[in-house]
Design a protein around this ligand. Structure first.
Ligand code: NAD
Ligand code: TYD
Length: 349
């Protein structure tokens, strides 16, 4: 009998890479991709595996107790890999309540259903989280698994809260859980509201490149496929009740990253050197903007033998090439047309 694994948020950026990896690599699993298809969920991301025999899509909202319970009652769910979330900091500043609902309430709804009906003897509940729960760093140091939580944005507060609920379910109910906290991801299929795809899209369209504040904030960038391989390692070898930090050991000041991107785009688009950089526009800083994130990933490296597979130059170039050769994806996403993909695909079933 195949083990049935629910991956939530599988139509999103990171989730689609995780679903693809698990469907292709583990024919012994049956993967249910549970996703509400919000603005950030796009089934076109999974076009290549949508017909796979060990894959199934279920449109459901994780805050809907009846729908989530119905799934867990009717199927023998071995494990959950939980990625569904509201994920964008700027949106959390303009509309915090959605973040509380999906990230906090949705996580508890899922755990309740898994606790009541899932295979908690053999499987586990894996919560995929962010390094932003630790708050901000100054010039020195890195986040470790024991860094105290100190979230500064409504997004990170909601993720920190859900992490606490996951830990609490382990302590209180002995739910088999594992958590990972990862740094900023980059790669294909990322919604162009996040820094890198937004800048690529704007350079292509010769629009202003909005750099927040002075552009001096620092992020630690990890290729999304390497996050997916880390999730694979944590899911299979991580210890219950533990947290694993995942990062790229790859810190970039935003303005340096944008300049690097402009330089590569100039050459790929056949523009004169310095042309794209003219589009850089400094804009009002994000409220509560965390200065620096950096991950100490030595625990996952030592315990699980994980490390990133590509260096940044290679991953960044692959990423830029992907957006440049997937014009239709980018224009569907920015125009909202991708939302009709689901209707076209599923209304016929
Ligand atoms: P994303 O915004 O691209 O995708 C989120 C997915 O969740 C979408 O498919 C969306 O439709 C789905 N979703 C949202 N609300 C839902 C709901 N109520 N019910 C069911 N599905 C719902 O996000 P992402 O960047 O792929 O992030 C995935 C996870 O990884 C999140 O939990 C995020 O906190 C975490 N994370 C992201 C990063 C990053 O750099 N993007 C880094 C570390 C951790
Ligand atoms: P983002 O991709 O939103 O990820 P996060 O806020 O979760 O780290 O932003 C990455 C960095 O880029 C962050 O310091 C904010 C900055 N930024 C800009 O300067 N301009 C932009 O248009 C965006 C979206 C982000």
């Amino acid at each position: 009998m195949k083990k049935t694994i629910v991956i939530t948020g599988g139509a999103g950026f990171i989730g689609s890479h995780v679903v693809r990896r698990f469907v292709n690599k583990y024919p012994e699993y049956h993967i249910i991709n549970l996703d509400a298809l919000t603005y950030a969920g796009n089934l076109e991301n999974l076009r290549d595996i949508e017909g796979a025999e060990n894959y199934e899509f279920l449109k459901a909202d994780i805050t809907n107790i009846a729908d989530v319970e119905a799934l867990f009652k009717s199927r023998n769910i071995h494990s959950v890999i939980h990625l569904a979330a509201e994920s964008h900091v700027d949106r959390s500043i303009s509309n915090p309540i959605d973040f509380v609902m999906t990230n906090v309430v949705g996580t508890v709804v899922l755990m309740n259903a898994y606790k009541a009906y899932g295979d908690t003897q053999n499987g586990r509940f894996y919560h995929v989280s962010t390094d932003e729960v630790y708050g901000t760093l100054g010039d020195e140091g890195k986040f470790t698994e024991t860094t105290p939580y100190s979230p500064n944005s409504p997004y990170s507060a909601s993720k920190a809260s859900s992490d606490h609920f996951v830990r609490a379910y382990h302590e209180t109910f002995k739910l088999p859980v594992v958590i990972s906290n990862c740094s900023n991801n980059y790669g294909s299929h990322q919604f162009p509201e996040k820094l890198i795809p937004l800048m690529i899209h704007n350079i292509k369209n010769e629009k202003a490149l909005p750099v927040y504040g002075k552009g001096e904030n620092i992020r630690d960038w990890l290729w999304v496929e390497d996050h997916a391989s880390a999730i694979d390692a944590v899911f299979h070898q991580g210890r219950n009740g533990e947290t694993y930090n995942i990062g790229g050991n790859n810190e970039w000041k935003n303005i340096d990253l944008v300049h690097k991107l402009c330089e590569i785009m100039d050459s790929k688009l056949g523009k004169a050197a310095g042309e794209s950089a003219k589009l850089i526009t400094y804009v009002t800083d994000r409220a509560g903007h965390d200065f620096r994130y950096a991950i100490d990933a030595s625990k996952i490296e030592a315990e699980l033998g994980w490390k990133p597979s590509v260096n940044f130059a290679e991953g960044f170039e692959k990423t830029i090439d992907w957006y440049l050769s997937n014009d239709e994806w980018l224009s569907n996403v920015t125009s909202g047309n991708y939302q009709s993909y689901y209707e076209n695909l599923y209304s016929k079933r």
